[in-house]
Design a protein around this ligand. Structure first.
Ligand SMILES: NC(=O)c1ccc[n+]([C@@H]2O[C@H](COP(=O)([O-])OP(=O)(O)OC[C@H]3O[C@@H](n4cnc5c(N)ncnc54)[C@H](O)[C@@H]3O)[C@@H](O)[C@H]2O)c1
Length: 248
């Protein structure tokens, strides 16, 4: 088991990529906190993990609320002990063209991705520094590198996350804390419209692998980055996108 006895927090784990990461981490021996705003769905994911013989707790938390994050982190620590692995995965989109985007659409996307990641970093980093161990993984996006029409908020947030990854990797490397990102592309609720809209069908055909991925195909890279196998990897972004970055 690659994560035996590690305590892992996965945000946005009630569905999609986060759910798949939480389930895989639990199968690999981690005690997993399934963190999400969707209480019922998070409970279901945690219950499913427990039924399968793993260890998991559901924690309701809006990651854009600092007090909620601090409370959630304290609850995980009380139940499972200090957090070894943090996956900043919670995500939302609020698409709109630049000239039509509302302040609310901008603020929500910044709040979840940037503020939420920052709050969780600060909630776990003191223990990690003290214990001289930690694995931090962000869900970024190819949008950070390429931009995306109608997504200036999301592109800015995902680019900002990469700035956080590289800075935290530099600051925390001396404490044996690794900080990396995955840039995924998977079939989830978030990408449902793109998958089903005929206007985007050509995009799939241009992918070297010529199909969309399931979340289960993304999770193993998160496993690798949380495992001892990645002990000399930090400050990196790994694209798991069927070769999409290469052909843009
Ligand atoms: N699916 C893709 O192709 C793709 C591509 C690039 C990046 N990503 C990123 O990967 C991550 C996971 O995406 P997904 O496709 O699984 O999306 P998803 O919409 O299926 O799941 C996102 C989860 O985040 C949770 N969430 C949203 N706001 C939250 C908040 N304020 N606090 C706590 N939880 C919150 C949602 O409830 C949901 O469970 C996101 O950060 C997304 O931006 C996904």
């Amino acid at each position: 088991m690659l994560l035996k006895d590690k305590v892992a927090v996965v945000t946005g784990a009630a569905q999609g990529i986060g759910r798949s990461v939480a389930e895989l981490y639990a199968r690999e021996g981690a005690r997993v906190a399934v963190v999400d705003v969707k209480t019922d769905d998070a409970e279901k994911v945690a219950a499913g993990i427990r039924e399968a013989g793993g260890q998991a707790m559901a924690v309701t938390c809006d990651v854009s609320d600092r007090a909620a994050v601090d409370e959630a982190a304290a609850a995980v620590k009380a139940a499972y002990g200090p957090i070894d692995v943090l996956v900043n995965n919670a995500g939302v989109t609020r698409p709109a063209m630049l000239h039509k985007m509302t302040q609310e659409e901008w603020d929500v996307v910044m709040g979840v991705h940037l503020h939420g990641s920052f709050y969780w970093l600060q909630a776990v980093v003191h223990d990690m520094i003290e214990r001289q161990r930690g694995w931090i993984i962000f869900s970024s996006s190819s949008t950070a590198q390429n931009g995306s029409i109608g997504q200036i908020n999301y592109a800015a947030a995902k680019s900002g996350m990469l700035g956080m990854v590289r800075t935290a990797a530099r600051e925390l490397g001396r404490y044996n804390i690794l900080v990396n990102a995955v840039a995924p592309a998977a079939a989830t609720e978030m990408t449902l419209k793109i998958r089903t809209d005929p206007r985007f069908a050509d995009g799939v055909k241009r992918l070297p692998l010529r199909r969309h991925a399931e979340p289960e195909e993304i999770a193993p890279t998160f496993l690798y980055l949380a495992s001892d196998a990645a002990s000399y990897v930090t400050g990196q972004v790994i694209s798991v996108d069927g070769g999409g970055m290469m052909v843009r």
